[in-house]
Design a protein around this ligand. Structure first.
Ligand code: HEM
Ligand SMILES: [Cu+2]
Length: 571
């Protein structure tokens, strides 16, 4: 049996999870650091939003670019990757009842990432590193800007190996029985594999750039930089997608006692990500003159659809499994009773479901359409981009991570959620903000409004340009959505701080969450078993949702090509 003493663990009597104390402390540390950086990143986001609003124009251009760089890097890299470390340790150790491999290395992960994040943030705040998140040369940042990112990445890489080591230990010590890894941990493994590829690409480009800045290399080729940087930048978004999808599965199981509709299909879909997602990197360079159309089209219009297929599968099977579970538990009437009677007041569920809708309808559809080379010229470098990726990375990933946090506070921090009334509302306010921000920015972008631009009125500039009034109005509406997002973000942070520092303690040995029965077990007990579903469909409501998604996609495709045809008036 295990070589560790039992007091290294504590048992959750209801879920049966055997929680390794050191792993638990590491999950706490990483999740907490993540939330602190979300707060800092959000602060800079507010500054950016209030500058882009033509009526306010809070910051001078220099300060605007400083804020934009800080916002992009802190929100997208630091918040998200710290949280992902917490998720990896949780799905590796907690879910497998295992101890964590090499806790010392895990602490090295934490400290390296923290030192790296602080170093890069300081470099940005010193004012000579406003190169924005993409940091394309020949723009130059201070050397410690790159060094901080490198340390941060090395830390994350160590975290990946600690996770892999934990899987090996759990298997050897048979902490999760004889079978294969649970699906959620398998999702974590997928994220980990993509992360290793991502970090290798990041190292490949950031190390030479750092050497260039300290004078050891004379020249960095900007085209090469862009291609390799996006192997890192794009793939890192796929870690986010895989992680938030794993969280969807986790929460479907925890809240509803749901099982994936088909384990094999879901696992296969995770594998599709590993095989095909990286090729999509080139969708960030569709308007780049340095690459051939053949290369761009092969990757973005053929290969990437195999990865999109994977997202569609998860997007179907997660609500599908919830629907099946709800129907098995007796909510079998009509098309959508299962959804109407879902626990909408529980932030773990509501944030998760809003993440699914936001990611699918806003982030997913627009991502597929904007990856078409021809359509891409319509929206390249416009506000459409931040509109799109706030739908994926905020409405999708960040909201899913908030859902996970609401679940983890009782389990990991052993505290009840404080400000429970706020927590009920928070996912709705945050999503109202992120949805409206994304949609309005995409509207403004379609009217041509540029991204990364402090003053869209071009006041006093020689080459000024007047955007359509409608576009400017949409930008302002979007930034109001941004402010609502900040309100939701502040609520989240206050809830987390109040819970972690002042929430009612959950004594050891009592359950953090009430027991949720497995839907299959409930179904087995039912006396007059009826077939669940309608007209031969086990999950007809989900099928209808999927058809609505598909129709929206087709319509949106059509609208974009129609719009394109009015701009290219050659014939
Ligand atoms: C707290 C609410 C937030 C607000 C109000 C906000 C607002 C904005 C605005 C106005 C821009 C500038 C668009 C432009 O001028 O091109 C922007 C850029 C960006 N945001 Fe956010 N955002 C928020 C949250 C987030 C989060 C949570 C993430 C990541 C998880 C994120 C990632 C980014 C990135 C990567 C950029 C691009 C930076 C660049 O162009 O270099 N944002 N955001
Ligand atoms: Cu991408």
């Amino acid at each position: 049996m295990t070589t560790t003493a039992m007091s290294d663990f504590r048992l959750d009597p209801v879920s049966g999870l055997n929680i390794h104390r050191q792993a638990n402390t590491l999950v706490k540390a990483n999740a907490f650091a993540a939330v602190v950086f979300l707060m800092i990143g959000g602060f800079f986001g507010l500054g950016v939003a209030l500058t882009r609003m033509p009526e306010v124009q809070l910051l001078k251009p220099e300060m605007f670019y400083l804020f934009l760089t800080a916002h992009g890097i802190i929100a997208l890299m630091v918040w998200i990757i710290f949280f992902e470390m917490a998720v990896l340790y949780f799905v590796g150790a907690h879910l497998l009842n295992s101890r964590i491999a090499t806790p010392r290395w895990a602490w090295a992960q934490f400290w390296l990432m923290l030192i790296g994040a602080v170093m890069t943030t300081v470099a940005i705040l010193q004012g000579n590193s406003s190169v924005m998140m993409t940091s394309y040369p020949p723009l130059e940042a201070a050397p410690h800007f790159y060094l901080g990112l490198i340390l941060f990445a090395v830390g994350a890489l160590i975290g990946c190996f600690v996770f892999l080591g934990t899987l090996v230990i759990a298997k050897e010590e048979k902490t999760y029985g004889e079978g294969s890894l649970p699906l959620v941990t398998f999702g974590g493994l997928t994220a980990c594999v993509i992360a290793i590829f991502t970090i290798a690409s990041g190292a490949l480009i950031l190390i030479p750039t750092f050497l260039w800045r300290v004078g050891l290399i004379s020249h960095i080729d900007p085209m090469m930089y862009r291609v390799v940087w996006w192997a890192f930048g794009h793939s890192s978004q796929q870690i986010n997608v895989v992680t938030h999808i794993s969280i969807w599965y986790l929460i479907a199981g925890l809240v509803f006692g749901a099982k994936p509709m088909s384990e094999k299909v879901s696992r296969g879909a995770f594998l599709l990500y590993i095989l095909f997602l990286q090729l999509g990197s080139v969708h960030h360079l569709l308007s780049d003159p340095g690459l051939s159309s053949t290369w761009k089209i092969f990757n973005t219009s053929y290969m990437i659809y195999l990865a999109v297929l994977a997202s569609l599968i998860h997007g179907l099977t997660v609500p599908g499994s919830i629907e099946v579970a709800q129907r098995k538990k007796g909510l079998n009437k009509g098309l959508f009773t299962w959804l109407r009677k879902a626990p909408w007041g529980n932030p773990v569920f509501s944030a998760m479901f809003l993440s699914l809708i936001g990611f699918g309808f806003l982030g997913g559809i627009t991502g597929v359409v904007m990856s078409v080379e021809q359509i891409n010229v319509l929206i390249h470098n416009t506000m459409y981009l931040p509109g799109h990726f706030h739908a994926t990375v905020v409405a999708g990933t960040t909201t899913a991570f908030m859902a996970a946090t609401y679940y983890l506070i009782p389990v990991v921090f052993q505290r009840k959620l404080a400000l429970a009334g706020w927590a009920k509302l928070q996912p709705y306010i945050y999503s109202l903000g992120s949805f409206s921000f994304s949609i309005a920015l995409m509207g403004a972008g379609t009217m041509g409004l540029q991204r990364r631009q402090a003053d869209i009125t071009y006041a006093g500039q020689a080459l000024g340009y007047q955007y359509p009034e409608l576009g400017k109005a949409m930008l302002s509406i979007g930034e109001i959505g941004g402010v609502i997002m900040v309100v939701g973000g502040v609520m989240f942070i206050l809830i987390v701080l109040a819970s972690v520092f002042g929430g009612e303690r959950i004594p050891e040995g009592s359950a953090p969450w009430p027991k949720v029965e497995d839907a299959d077990v409930v179904y087995e007990r039912t006396e007059h078993k009826k077939h669940i579903g309608l007209l031969g469909f086990e999950a007809p409501g989900t099928f209808v949702l999927a058809m609505i998604l598909f129709a929206t996609l087709v319509l949106y495709y059509f609208i974009n090509f129609k719009y394109l045809s009015t701009i290219w008036t050659l014939s």
